[in-house]
Write a protein that binds this ligand. Structure first.
Ligand SMILES: NC(=O)c1ccc[n+]([C@@H]2O[C@H](COP(=O)([O-])OP(=O)(O)OC[C@H]3O[C@@H](n4cnc5c(N)ncnc54)[C@H](OP(=O)(O)O)[C@@H]3O)[C@@H](O)[C@H]2O)c1
Length: 253
């Protein structure tokens, strides 16, 4: 099995890399931090390719995909997992650069990760393209406009991609995580219901990918929450979430 994965230097991506390496897969691991990727690859069983890149850089992803396909063959699974999260306020001019950065990483970065592999997967007639979205994409949470909008965009993008690839043999898997214990959530100063340890999350993600489910919320309890959130009338939603805890602003991205 061959798996190409972004955001492999930390959190969910690192746990997925460990999971697939132990299962015997050949990996292409991408992220910006060279040292962390190097340390991870040194610990993993098997031979793997390392790509130090920013997912906002389309040319770098194109080159990484070409290199991985040439060296290892067309991947069976590509996981667009790299992402950033930061609090933003709509009336703060200083938050606009963060807004842009969140979109170019979480949304454009996802499209730029998956696109270079699609032709090869279609030619072979098989493969799984996986996008890591978020329950935050279900409704707009005050103080997290950029992140919520970016994750809503990934859900819609992945759905469109699924329709485009229908009948090609290439499947699209949308994973919508609730709270997973990673450096991204370690900065949160509010309750995180059903928080899942990262290794368990990686196991459940891999199971969903293996089954080729089109859309899944993990953990399932947050799937129920997501359904309820969708149904909540606006006045009630606004009243509840106006006072909810907020992600810190001004984080390093
Ligand atoms: N943790 C949660 O509760 C949760 C919930 C819902 C969704 N998610 C989503 O799950 C994904 C992984 O999050 P995580 O919790 O594992 O966060 P994390 O521990 O902060 O890891 C994020 C990963 O993304 C990489 N990354 C960030 N910006 C990048 C860029 N411009 N180019 C390349 N790589 C980049 C980081 O590596 P470098 O810094 O080395 O580049 C890191 O490996 C994200 O898409 C996140 O939105 C997480």
């Amino acid at each position: 099995m061959r798996v190409f994965l972004t955001g492999a230097s930390s959190g969910i991506g690192e746990a997925l890399a460990r999971h697939y390496a132990v299962a015997g897969a050949t990996l292409g691991l991408a992220a910006r931090r060279r040292e962390r990727l190097g340390e991870l690859i040194a610990e993993l069983p098997g031979e793997h390719a390392c790509y130090v890149l920013d997912v906002a850089d389309a040319a770098a992803l194109q080159a990484a995909a070409e290199d991985f396909i040439a060296r290892c063959g067309c991947p069976d699974v590509v996981i667009a997992n790299a992402g950033i999260s930061v609090g933003t306020l709509a009336d703060a001019a200083d938050d606009l650069p963060a807004f842009r950065r969140v979109f170019e990483t979480n949304v454009t970065g996802m499209a730029q990760t998956l696109q270079p592999f699609i032709a090869a997967m279609k030619a072979r007639g098989s493969g799984r393209l996986v996008g890591i979205a978020s329950v935050a994409g279900i409704r707009g949470l005050p103080g997290a406009g950029a992140y919520c909008a970016s994750k809503a965009a990934t859900i819609a993008y992945l759905e469109a991609l699924r329709g485009e690839l229908r009948g090609s043999g290439v499947e699209v898997v949308t994973i919508v995580p609730g709270y997973i214990a990673t450096p991204m959530t370690a900065v949160n100063r509010y309750p995180m219901p059903f928080l899942l340890p990262v290794d368990e999350a990686a196991r459940r993600f891999a199971r969903a990918i293996e089954r080729g489910v089109s859309y899944t919320v993990i953990p399932w309890q947050m799937g129920v929450v997501a359904k309820l959130l969708r149904l909540l009338p606006n006045p009630l939603f606004d009243a509840i979430f106006a006072r909810a805890g907020r992600k810190p602003r001004g984080l390093d991205l």
